[in-house]
Design a protein around this ligand. Structure first.
Ligand SMILES: Nc1nc2c(c(=O)[nH]1)N[C@H]1C(S)=C(S)[C@@H](COP(=O)(O)OP(=O)(O)OC[C@H]3O[C@@H](n4cnc5c(=O)[nH]c(N)nc54)[C@H](O)[C@@H]3O)O[C@H]1N2
Ligand SMILES: Nc1nc2c(c(=O)[nH]1)N[C@H]1C(S)=C(S)[C@@H](COP(=O)(O)OP(=O)(O)OC[C@H]3O[C@@H](n4cnc5c(=O)[nH]c(N)nc54)[C@H](O)[C@@H]3O)O[C@H]1N2
Ligand code: SF4
Ligand SMILES: [Mo]
Length: 812
């Protein structure tokens, strides 16, 4: 028996290059239950990150009683991380929403569905008649199911006809998608997670994979512990667990990724480590890239990034001599300065080295949320369904044909509105109905004070659809109780395009309904019709919705036509999956033909510095003809840097045990105990200077707000501090006077010019010690990047008996 809180990654199963990753089946059942007590195992996959670990849900007496990884499935080969093992307990929480709530003055009171839906529909009809489609805003998620998104996309874009449809994926993977459009012409991960089995070099940029995709890290660890291990290069201002294992760790100053990556490209080109034949045949733009990176010798980048020039050279040598390079980025790129430009430089490294479309040569511009890929595919994330290009008239006509609506109904005259703009329109009053589904912006959006005042705008009608009474729901006019994972059926797609089916295991609590049923009900009550007067939404069940989506995806890069629910019952399938490729597609671009043909491309590209869009004519003039784009970008400093008044650079992010705003993980006792409250990570030399000791209460203040949390003296880079963003107010004891602790009180309302993803990773702050620790250490876990610096003694994070995994069976 293993304590999977104290040891999140579990026992090692080392393997060598080109060998299969051994199976290890992780399982957790309620204490006292044996496998024989389980009545049914229901087919599913984990929805607590984009790894998409395949699992079965154990059911007894109509209740979930545990989970078990599926050994045959490609993302996890049976393994589960701490969130996967323990997180499902949230479904059984006693404080689930079970009935709709409607606002009566200051209070939200229970109502029946007819009353709640009736109120939404009455308000919608009035707004539609008076103000038109542009007065509706939909802000959804990366956590619904494909069928739900597709229904939302149709009813909002094809039915009401509003351009204001986006998701929290704007905060999450907007840059991942945008960087792939800029480099390859379309969204879609080139690589596969199985590239880790074949690579000789791993490059992780701004990606704390050990804590955020724990099972993917298990795969990397098993290679690192096996024969012929890959070399590992990590770029992260914190000494994360991957950084501790790295051959080269570059603890760069936050916000300087582009300078560093330009220097790495400088070294690769100058030393002739490029694949000239590949570059000539399959890419365009080398000359401009070479001319630009020529101005970034390592010494220059060293002074910008605050790391030694020799270490940059060493990293470049490792990447430049790799024969099979696997790279992955995440929020340290996408939420940091020059997000798209930086992500694109990682694509460039692969393109100049000809390392794409072969086993071991993969790029994953990672997804974070479990279903963020589907938001993007179906057009709920400020994009058009099927990766269609809103500026390509033929694409839009085709979509109108599929939906059987007048092409003029689908708003394609401009770029779909991005989330931060939707919120601005809501604040300014032009959006009058804001429907928030499966996201908790009152904790997760930058600069919370501003967000709260938006939600409380008098004329704005706010609908919140969630499983819990979140911080956001408390500001709503109507709250709709949602059935969640395990209580509904549908599909979702992980970070390497693997599509999974998740089946309903148990009934939702009380009157909670699936998001699909809620959206179908709304479309019916609004009497949304197609151009022939038939009901607009022509499906009733998840499987019918999936079949309709297949029609929409046909012929596009994300072609699902070869997939059926029945086939998915045999395990996940990577899209595209068609009659010609019935087994799915592990890697894109095996023929080195990219999606840059103007008739195929999802996007015509942008200026990476200003975000200015290229016209179709400009795009055609480049004559890309299936070649990939090498895009160059100068380093530009972040909009906010440390100064005399605010001498520290704040970055924010995650810990292994909590998921986002903790609506699920805080309701799993083992996870909540492991990381019960917020903290701030401070480098030992900075702490000494400010006379701050472990556990002391520190006020962290930016020009926008402040928090007061306990200090963890960690190995973060000097001058930088880190706050986890998980901690809002919903579980604070109202009687106890607490200080503010949400990281987003401090962050900036500003975003990447190209992807429009907010900058959660750079804000200037000052620190002030406000109270002594009283001998109590900070609540930060000791297992990940928040581990105490050498010499700082704190009790280790452990789980105890209830956090033990039953039956870990290597090879089982
Ligand atoms: N346990 C857990 N796992 C999760 C989630 C969760 O909430 N909890 N959420 C899921 C989701 S939706 C997402 S998006 C992913 C996010 O997964 P990650 O991106 O891995 O997580 P973060 O902690 O946001 O940021 C990663 C790292 O970026 C570094 N960083 C900050 N600024 C910079 C910079 O300028 N440059 C570089 N190179 N690095 C920088 C930080 O030090 C941090 O270690 O995790 C997914 N998995
Ligand atoms: N400072 C800072 N802020 C950040 C980040 C950061 O790194 N730093 N990261 C950003 C990123 S990458 C992300 S992804 C966001 C995440 O931010 P949020 O999306 O706000 O986070 P969650 O807590 O996952 O919110 C999801 C909500 O959906 C509900 N829910 C779950 N399943 C279902 C369902 O099936 N149906 C319905 N209707 N509801 C459901 C949950 O109860 C929860 O309230 O935060 C962003 N904010
Ligand atoms: S790695 Fe992600 S998908 Fe897998 S068990 Fe952990 S949270 Fe779930
Ligand atoms: Mo995310």
């Amino acid at each position: 028996m293993l304590d999977r809180i104290a040891d999140p990654w579990g026992v090692r199963t080392p393997y060598g290059r080109d060998e299969p990753w051994p199976t290890r089946v992780d399982q957790l059942l309620d204490p006292g239950l044996a496998e024989g007590d389980v009545e049914r195992w229901v087919h599913s996959a984990c929805v607590l990150c984009a790894n998409g670990c395949a699992l079965d849900i154990a059911v007894k007496d109509g209740r979930m009683v545990g989970v078990r990884g599926r050994g045959a499935d490609h993302p996890n080969h049976g393994r589960l991380g701490p969130k996967g093992l323990f997180g499902w307990q949230a479904n059984r929480a006693r404080d689930r929403l079970t009935r709709p709530l409607v606002r009566r003055g200051e209070r939200l009171v229970e109502a029946d569905w007819d009353t709640a839906m009736g109120a939404i529909v009455a308000r919608s009809r009035e707004i539609r008649a008076k103000h038109g489609a542009g007065a509706f805003g939909f802000y959804s998620s990366g956590q619904l199911l494909l069928e739900e998104y597709y229904t939302l996309s149709l009813l909002a874009r094809g039915g009401l006809g509003t351009p204001h449809v986006d998701g929290n994926t704007r905060l999450c993977t907007a840059t991942a998608a945008q960087s792939m459009r800029e480099s390859f012409g379309c969204d879609g991960q080139p690589g596969s997670m199985s590239d880790v089995d074949h690579c000789d070099t791993l490059f992780l940029v701004g990606y704390n994979v050990a804590e955020t995709q724990t099972v993917f890290w298990m795969r990397m660890l098993d290679r690192l512990d096996g024969p012929d291990p890959p070399r590992l290069v990590v770029v992260d201002p914190r000494r994360s667990v991957p950084a501790r294992r790295a051959d080269v760790h570059l603890p760069i100053k936050g916000g300087t990724n582009v300078a560093l990556l330009n220097a790495i490209l400088h070294e690769i080109l100058r030393n002739g480590w490029l694949d000239r034949a590949f570059v000539d045949a399959y890419t365009i733009g080398l000359d401009a890239l070479a001319a630009l990176v020529d101005r970034y010798p390592p010494a220059r980048a060293a002074s910008i990034c605050g790391v030694p020039a020799d270490r940059i050279r060493e990293a470049a040598r490792v990447l430049g001599s790799a024969e099979r390079l696997f790279s992955a980025c995440l929020q340290g790129v996408y939420q940091s300065n020059q997000a798209t430009a930086a992500a694109v430089q990682v694509n460039n490294i692969h393109l100049v080295r000809g390392m794409i479309g072969r086993p071991g040569c993969g790029i994953i511009q990672s997804n974070g949320q479990p279903t963020s890929q589907n938001t993007r595919e179906t057009g709920c994330n400020g994009e058009m369904p099927g990766f269609r290009n809103h500026r390509n008239r033929r694409h839009m006509e085709e979509l109108a044909r599929i939906w059987n609506v007048d092409p003029l109904v689908i708003p394609s005259w401009g770029a779909p509105t991005h989330a931060m703009k939707i919120l601005r329109y809501a604040a300014e009053g032009s959006i009058k109905l804001l429907w928030i589904i499966a996201t908790n912006p009152a904790v997760s959006i930058p600069e919370l004070r501003r967000l709260r005042s938006t939600l409380d705008q008098e004329p704005l009608f706010v609908v919140v659809q969630d499983a819990f009474l979140t911080e956001t729901a408390r500001h709503a006019d109507i709250v709709l109780p949602a059935a969640i994972w395990g209580e509904k059926t549908g599909t979702f797609t992980n970070t390497d395009r693997t599509v999974h089916l998740t089946e309903k295991a148990v009934e939702p609590p009380g009157e909670a309904r699936s998001d699909l049923d809620i959206l179908l009900d709304y479309a019916r009550r609004m009497d949304l019709r197609d151009k022939d007067g038939a009901p607009l939404v022509k499906w009733r069940t998840p499987e019918e919705a999936f079949e309709a989506w297949k029609v929409c995806s046909k012929g596009r890069p994300c072609d699902y036509t070869g997939i059926t629910y029945d086939r998915l019952r045999g395990g996940g399938i990577q899209w595209p999956c068609t009659d010609e490729r019935p087994e799915g597609t592990p890697r894109l671009y095996t023929d080195h033909r990219f999606f840059s043909d103007p008739e195929v491309a999802q996007d015509f590209g942008h200026d990476l510095d200003t975000g200015g869009a290229r016209s179709e004519t400009e795009f055609r003039a480049l004559n890309p003809a299936g070649r990939a784009f090498l895009r160059a970008s100068e380093y530009l400093p972040p909009i906010e840097e440390a100064d005399d008044e605010y001498p520290f650079l704040l970055t924010t992010g995650r810990t292994i045990y909590q998921f986002h705003t903790r609506t699920k993980t805080a309701r799993a006792p083992q996870l909540q105990r492991a990381a019960p409250d917020a903290w701030v990570e401070i480098a030992a030399p900075d702490a000494r200077r400010l006379a701050i000791e472990e556990g002391d209460w520190v006020r962290v203040e930016s020009p926008r707000g402040h928090v007061v949390v306990r200090a963890r003296i960690s190995e973060i880079r000097e001058g930088a501090v880190f706050l986890p963003f998980h901690y809002g107010t919903w579980d604070e004891d109202p009687g106890s006077h607490r200080w503010p602790r949400a990281a987003n009180e401090l962050t900036i309302t500003a975003w990447d010019p190209v992807s429009k993803q907010p900058y959660f990773k750079v804000a200037k702050v000052k620190l002030l010690r406000v109270a002594a620790s009283g001998g109590v250490p900070s609540p930060a876990p000791t297992t990940g990047a928040a581990a105490p610096a050498p010499g700082v003694v704190v009790p280790p994070t452990v789980g105890g008996p209830a956090a033990e995994e039953s039956n870990p069976r290597p090879g089982g």
